[in-house]
Design a protein. Structure first.
Length: 228
């Protein structure tokens, strides 16, 4: 026997949206099994109760007729339910196959991305090696240029020193030549002055009537003059 406060399952309202994916299952005559079960429940709830007991007086004929109606439509209902279950299993199988295809496609895409990533990493590695090689070549060229500049600087300093020494030697030669030339000029002037002095003395002696005494100045070995 059912209790009065038991949960009752009402048939779905066609005007209200249903949250279930399955439509109500009807028999061959369009009978709603859920509605008929609710009628059985109403028959039990609406039947008189025996006071001070948990028993209910139910119309046996009406209950049996309602149960026969439900029983007659149960096979078709089960067949529809099994069909729905098979359809659901097919949908689930298709969903699993589709999910598997998505997984395989994702794995292939991941492998492709890994390959592309490997190519990118290889390209980055080659670019880094090329950059390092160019940097090393630039540093070597810079060092070679600095060495060449230092060599040219030293060579220029050596050439400047040689030119300076050559100029000093030429200046010294010019100074020596100038000294020799000045000495020769002074010696010539000294000789001329000595000759002039001898002429002057001879002229004075003639004016004074003194015989010449032969004291004529001569040039010494060092270019000087003296009287004898």
């Amino acid at each position: 026997m059912l209790r009065q406060d038991s949960a009752r399952i009402d048939p779905p309202n066609p005007e209200e949206p249903s949250n279930h994916s399955q439509p109500p299952v009807n028999g061959p005559g369009g009978i709603d099994i859920q509605r008929e079960l609710n009628r059985i429940e109403d028959m039990i709830f609406d039947s008189p109760h025996i006071p001070f007991t948990r028993r209910t007086l139910v119309d046996e004929e009406m209950l049996l007729a309602q149960l026969d109606l439900v029983r007659e439509n149960l096979p078709d209902t089960f067949a529809v339910a099994q069909k729905i279950v098979r359809q659901r299993e097919g949908i689930l199988l298709q969903a699993e196959e589709y999910a598997q295809e998505l997984v395989e496609a994702a794995e292939q895409r991941a492998d492709q991305l890994l390959d592309e990533l490997g190519i990118v990493q290889q390209a980055e590695l080659e670019a880094y090696q090329i950059r390092q090689k160019v940097q090393q070549e630039c540093e070597a060229l810079q060092q070679q240029t600095l060495s060449e500049i230092e060599r040219l600087r030293r060579q220029a300093q050596q050439e400047i020193e040689q030119v300076r020494l050559l100029a000093l030697a030429e200046c010294e030669d010019i100074q020596n030549g100038a000294d020799e030339y000045a000495d020769a000029v002074l010696r010539s002037i000294e000789q001329q002055l000595g000759d002039m002095l001898r002429v002057i003395r001879n002229g004075r002696q003639q004016l004074l009537g003194d015989p010449p005494q032969g004291n004529i100045p001569e040039t010494d070995a060092n270019g000087g003059s003296g009287l004898r």
